[in-house]
Design a protein around this ligand. Structure first.
Ligand code: SAH
Ligand code: SF4
Ligand code: F3S
Length: 467
């Protein structure tokens, strides 16, 4: 009899990829994915530890699940609660003590062992216990990628593919090197094979993932290693793969091969997320970022010289310990000079076990809030301007899902903007297909003229279908 697994995902795209792979691992063992936590036999919380609030959300979710689990137990039904991801890795034993409703704790590098863990949990529960106590947060020597099933379900034309894991950079604010472990790159052949399987299922766009994706240096099968630029050139050869993106990059690893991929490789999208964190050299140094603001400007100049059409994004942290008004002004100045298409910004959150958490001169909360608001005003202004400049332009949009209204689909521009396209409208310049049901367009790259812009999305009209 088939069982149901519900997976709730927090955090970055790597967790989104991992959640999908956990579902793939469980499928041959009779587990079907379900949107409904209440009726699931197994609930997995795939957690994120990057900022304080992220972990707190997990504990409140476990509280809610405990009530469901107890109700089901009263009816003689079993429900397992598993906590996976970065909070599990960082605080596994403590989580089990704090939340006795948890049956299993597993790390980002051990989820291929889920079926074994489930078996152990089931055995413990048949012994009459209300919860099992299974914990596996190893960093195994053999990588999970060698144990994951080939088969994976299609869930849209834009897919994630993890090519690199972990981080050796140890920025002083960041938990990732502790939760994800040391840097590791998958071999080129494995990645190409996975990409081909995705494309065969209908995937048109692949985002290559890694905490340090541009530090990628995977086995090239010829006794050497390939850089990310080389990997992208290799993937570009796959027929049917229209778009390649990658995230997240570190300024230090932005080499010429990768920069020129934005000029020379047709499927390499004109969008780059390149976190800088701060515009102040003093703070960059205290963060152990190993680059200066001038280094960052020089990289942006090289990128824009290679491809003037490139849209840029970044991450910022405000209120890092010791950040003065002057340091913060330097960040605003950097933003004004670079001009971003969009960006993410956060208040510094002290993470236990990281060097910055014990620095003196922690910035007061109200100062952090005020700086964040000012930075976000500027970034929003830039995003709005970038979106406004798209109006009147024609671009290819990958239609990914249904929009709010009948006949409307939601897609992404090459620059990752969300675009609403009405495919049922008879007014657009679609000659042959105007009366086709719009499902024909789902998952397709179409030519669209942008007619309206807002802060977070654009509206476009179909010009014609591509092929
Ligand atoms: N590897 C990427 C970032 C991964 S974490 C890089 O090197 O840029 C994603 C983002 O979360 C970071 O870029 C940073 O802006 C933010 N972040 C990480 N730790 C944080 C902390 N302790 N407080 C606030 N924001 C943090
Ligand atoms: Fe964290 Fe720095 Fe590594 Fe990015 S490069 S994952 S911010 S330690
Ligand atoms: Fe969060 Fe772990 Fe990703 S801490 S941001 S889920 S690598």
């Amino acid at each position: 009899m088939s069982k149901k697994v519900h997976i709730k995902t927090y955090g970055c795209q790597m967790n989104v990829y991992d959640s999908k792979r956990m579902a793939d691992v469980l499928k041959p063992h009779g587990y079907e994915l379900s949107d409904d936590a209440e009726n699931a036999d197994l609930v997995i919380l795939n957690t994120c530890h990057i900022r304080e609030k992220a972990a707190e959300k997990v504990y409140s979710e476990i509280g809610r699940l405990r009530a469901t689990k107890d109700e089901k137990a009263a009816d003689g039904k079993n429900m397992f609660i598993a906590v996976a991801g970065c909070v599990a890795q960082a605080e596994g034993p403590e989580m089990m003590r704090r939340a006795p409703a948890i049956d299993m704790v597993l790390g980002p590098q051990t989820y291929h062992r889920l079926p074994d863990m489930l078996k152990a949990a089931e055995e413990q529960r048949t012994g009459g216990r209300r919860s099992a106590r299974v914990l596996d947060t190893d960093f195994p020597v053999d990588t999970k990628f060698d144990h994951l099933p080939d088969d994976s379900t299609f869930d849209g034309p834009a897919a994630f593919l993890t090519v690199q894991e972990g981080c050796d950079k140890f920025c002083t604010f960041c938990v990732v090197p502790y939760t994800r472990g040391a840097e590791y790159s998958r071999p080129v052949a494995d990645i190409v094979a996975e990409a081909k399987r995705l494309v065969a299922k209908g995937v048109v766009e692949i985002t290559l993932l890694g905490q340090n994706v541009n530090a990628y240096h995977g086995d090239d099968g010829q006794g050497g290693t390939a850089s990310l630029g080389e990997l992208i050139a290799e993937l570009d050869k796959i027929e049917g793969l229209g778009r390649i993106r990658y995230t997240t990059s570190h300024p230090r690893d932005m080499d010429d091969e990768l920069i020129f991929a934005h000029r020379d490789v047709a499927s390499c999208m004109p969008y780059l997320h390149l976190p800088v964190q701060s515009g102040s050299d003093r703070i960059l140094d205290a963060m152990n970022r190993k680059h200066t603001r001038e280094d960052y400007f020089a990289i942006i100049d090289r990128l824009r010289a290679a491809n003037p059409d490139l849209a840029l994004s970044s991450d910022f942290i405000v209120g890092f310990p010791g950040e003065t008004d002057e340091d913060f002004e330097a960040t605003l100045d950097l933003v004004r000079r670079v001009k971003y298409a969009q960006a993410y910004s956060f208040k510094y959150s002290p993470r236990p076990g990281t060097p910055a958490a014990i620095l003196e001169e922690q910035v007061p909360e109200d100062v952090k809030s005020e700086r964040l608001a000012r930075l976000q005003d500027l970034l929003n202004e830039q995003q709005l301007a970038f979106n406004e400049a798209s109006v009147g332009k024609e671009m290819d949009i990958l239609l990914e899902r249904e929009g709010k209204y009948p006949g409307q689909l939601l897609g992404r521009s090459p620059y990752l903007q969300a675009v609403h396209v009405d495919v049922s409208s008879a007014d657009n310049a679609l000659d042959a297909g105007a009366d086709k049901p719009y499902s024909e367009y789902m998952g397709r790259l179409v030519r669209v003229k942008i007619v309206e812009s807002g802060p977070n999305s654009l509206k476009g009209e179909l010009v014609s279908t591509l092929s």
